[in-house]
Design a binder for this molecule. Structure first.
Ligand SMILES: O=P(O)(O)OC[C@H]1O[C@H](OP(=O)(O)OP(=O)(O)O)[C@H](O)[C@@H]1O
Ligand SMILES: Nc1ncnc2[nH]cnc12
Length: 170
């Protein structure tokens, strides 16, 4: 399927100079949504996955669907101040700002195999912060998968040593 036909460019959002990859047309189309989910699952064939981590907020769209299909648990990584229990946190820069992400301390057990999912890999700041959070809890990151990778922003370099998969590359 031509997934690219369902991702549109929005110029200067959320800031001047950024070309925002908007995945809502893909979410809006039942066939594209189902095929995208299937393809993301396909990246993990023959892998044992205990937990799927989704990143606040657009990572929350597919990560629970992937978890259900992979018979894994779902773990939300949230922006600062949103998780109610004890957390560990990590601050980072992304394409258009900086942020702090948090995870519950009991969300991942030592040695668990973890798939990290987010909609977009841009500079890699977000995903590498999430890898650090998982590892702080003793989890093993077995793959980071994305709908979209903006290769010109070199996010893969920041994720050196991790397996990265993306449905679409620009
Ligand atoms: O590779 P990076 O440069 O770190 O950028 C990628 C991150 O940016 C976006 O999230 P954003 O923080 O805009 O939050 P949102 O999902 O709530 O829109 C996107 O969903 C990724 O999480
Ligand atoms: N250009 C972009 N489009 C959509 N999400 C993003 N997150 C970081 N950069 C982005």
């Amino acid at each position: 399927m031509d997934f690219a036909a369902y991702v549109r460019d929005i110029k200067d959002f959320p800031k001047q100079g950024v070309i925002f990859k908007d995945i809502t047309p893909l979410l809006n189309n039942p066939e594209a949504l189902a095929r995208a989910c299937e393809a993301l699952c396909g990246f993990t064939t023959n892998m044992k996955i205990d937990k799927v981590v989704g990143v606040d907020s657009r990572g929350f769209i597919f990560a629970p669907m992937l978890a259900e299909r992979l018979q894994a648990g779902f773990v939300p990584v949230r922006k600062k101040g949103k998780l109610p229990y004890k957390t560990v946190s990590e601050s980072y820069d992304l394409e258009y700002g900086s942020e702090t992400l948090e995870i519950h301390t009991d969300a991942i057990k030592k040695g668990e195999k973890v798939l990290i999912h987010d909609d977009v890999l841009a500079t890699g700041g977000t995903a590498s912060a999430v890898c650090k959070l998982v590892e702080k809890l003793g989890g093993e990151v077995v793959q980071c998968n994305f709908l979209v990778e903006l290769t010109f922003l070199d996010g893969a370099k920041k994720l050196n040593g991790y397996q990265i998969e993306a449905l679409l590359q620009y």
